[in-house]
Design a binder for this molecule. Sequence first.
Ligand SMILES: Nc1nc2c(ncn2[C@@H]2O[C@H](COP(=O)(O)OP(=O)(O)OP(=O)(O)O)[C@@H](O)[C@H]2O)c(=O)[nH]1
Ligand SMILES: [Mg+2]
Length: 421
Amino acid sequence: MSSGNVQEKAIAVGLALPTVPRNVVEEHLDELEKLIETSGGVVVEKVFAKRTAPDAATWIGKGKAEHVKAVVERHHAALVVFDDDLSPAQARNLERVIPAKVIDRSALILDIFAGRARSREARTQVELAQLEYILPRLTRQWSHLSRQAGGIGTRGVGETQLEIDRRIVRNRISHLKDDLRRIEQSRQTQRKSRAATFTVAIVGYTNAGKSTLFNRLTSGGAVAEDKLFATLDARSQRAAFEAPRPTVIIDTVGFIRKLPHHLVASFRSTMEEAVAADLVLHVIDVSHPQYEDQRAIGEEVLGDLGVARDRIIEVYNKTDRADAVHIRRRVALTLSALTGRGVDRLIVAIRDRELRGGEVMQLEFPHHESRLLAKLHDVSEVHEQQITDHAVRITAWVPQSAIHLFENFSITNSLKSVKVS
Ligand SMILES: Nc1nc2c(ncn2[C@@H]2O[C@H](COP(=O)(O)OP(=O)(O)OP(=O)(O)O)[C@@H](O)[C@H]2O)c(=O)[nH]1
Ligand SMILES: [Mg+2]
């Protein structure tokens, strides 16, 4: 399905299993509908199948597939999207019955990403994920070809073609992987060059309000929209608020349930940069009926990526919305990125984190202590420096490990940091 295809008529199909109750399937289909809209389609009907177990050949069962066929014909729909991943064989079997393009949630998400990716890195990551998705499905084209060509006798030709296609795809995949490695290396160099910087990554479910918050904390410029996956490129910018250390905020790609695993792998490097941040803000949209689920998905992804819990601050967003009044969690940080209410408390929390592991000191060095002064510039964050006839006066954030070096030159200790709790 192409994103340029305006208002392609689509049918959304979900399967309710004993382990997945109907209302959950309905909520998942609502999300699938949003994804289809994001991709330029319109859902004309939703079909629910109910089974004790998925059908191996058609996922929803032969009878239900016939039903989908009738629905497709009634609406003249061009596309059928399954909420769950279909095996290549299942998709093939379904397309034999249903006179429309049959895709699954993963293919749809890949399509959206392909339409949105802008930076070279994001484009490379998406193309890699698409090819890895396509590779095991290449047989599909071949079976179409061989049927058209008349079957027996032409099979050898088809197989050869298939082998060629596969080789082309595999070559392209390894080429893209090389590209990504190179991009990742130059990114690591950049990362090192800003080692003194405190980095804050904003992560969370898609549409949670990450970019809106990013714009609040920086001078703005990120696109924030009521769309899934409005952001595809990790973006970083200096914080606009006063902070004890130079601070960079990073906006990231959102999470979603059942994220295609090829995409997870391809976007890993982008996410890894975010999770290497000093602090991770996990944004949760409390106005969403499934915010608990979304929070759990976020936690799982962060856990998989190896982010330590003590580096995460949960930020409960969209508290201005009427459907968010139920939130009365005393431990959590609640705010509205849209109205700005509560953002000041988040900034205080970020500053506290920056100060942990060090202290803001006011120091005075006689001019002959130039070596120590150089050392200070090396290991700390200098906020202010004043040169008088007799001395150099400095306000700086000094890491715990270096405080003893400068203690003798301290002129006040009134600006003590918040200690690690
Ligand atoms: N009412 C309300 N709406 C908000 C708030 N924060 C964000 N929004 C809206 O929620 C929608 C999504 O916001 P984004 O900032 O684009 O969300 P995101 O997490 O960056 O989304 P993706 O990049 O698509 O993953 C937009 O329409 C925002 O205006 C908030 O605090 N209150
Ligand atoms: Mg965004």
